[in-house]
Design a protein around this ligand. Structure first.
Ligand SMILES: C[S@@+](CC[C@H](N)C(=O)[O-])C[C@H]1O[C@@H](n2cnc3c(N)ncnc32)[C@H](O)[C@@H]1O
Length: 216
């Protein structure tokens, strides 16, 4: 099978189309993952960066004492997030900016937690994006990832591979392997996998906590 290449241009085009209908389709399906991400991030500290903030579906779930910055490649998705922040008076959202996860325009050690809800599998170079997340994280901080993270095994793995070209067209990914994140952790040596939990529907999505080790 031909390799599927994520590109930022593809993502921008696809999510321009998704922006008007995204909430109606995904709010319920991703709610458990969204809540879990927000809770875990707030446990890591007050200063939070959300990468791939999209239409801002996670934003209402952060506790009010947090200070949340969101970035996304798509100005159309971010526009929806801005509407949501204004409409729901989400004063804990400090800034929403169009930005690429490969090049975060923040100083080193700026955040207690960096969240990537349902985005890591879509980023053309996820390892580079994770390096950027690590750079802007303060020592001891956490990277929280939610996505469809498969292990590639058995019938399910075969089906995920088979449908990958189809789901790619609509801006999703089915064949991203959790091993890719574990290998990144291993290679860097300054993070540990603190937790992996399964969330709705029926454990289909996973939420992964990566903690930066003390002394790094
Ligand atoms: C499936 S949506 C998830 C949105 C939101 N996090 C949620 O859970 O509802 C994926 C989002 O990632 C954004 N995205 C894709 N590639 C990106 C990149 N390289 N940098 C920043 N955002 C990106 C897309 O524009 C889209 O808004």
């Amino acid at each position: 099978m031909a390799a599927i290449r994520n590109s930022s241009e593809h993502q921008q085009k696809v999510y321009e189309r998704w922006a008007p209908v995204y909430d109606r389709v995904y709010r319920g399906l991703l709610k458990d993952g969204h809540r879990t991400v927000a809770r875990l991030a707030s446990e890591a500290g007050r200063e939070i960066l959300e990468v791939g903030v999209g239409t801002g579906l996670v934003l209402p779930y952060y506790p009010k004492q947090c200070s949340v910055t969101g970035i996304d490649l798509s100005e159309h998705m971010i526009a929806k997030a801005r509407e949501k922040v204004a409409r729901n008076r989400l004063f804990h959202v400090r800034a929403l900016q169009v930005m690429d996860a490969h090049r975060l325009q923040f100083a080193d050690r700026s955040f207690d937690a960096v969240c990537l809800p349902f985005v890591i599998t879509l980023i053309p170079d996820p390892e580079r994006a994770l390096d950027e997340c690590a750079r802007v994280l303060r020592p001891g901080g956490e990277i929280i990832i939610a996505s469809k993270l498969g292990d590639g095994r058995g019938l399910q793995g075969a089906i995920e591979e088979a449908v990958a070209p189809l789901v790619h067209k609509v801006g999703w990914s089915s064949a991203f392997r959790i091993a890719r994140i574990a290998e990144w952790v291993e290679r860097r040596g300054d993070f540990e996998v603190a937790d992996i939990r399964r969330v709705f529907p029926n454990g289909f999505f996973k939420v992964m906590r990566l903690r930066q080790l003390a002394g790094h």
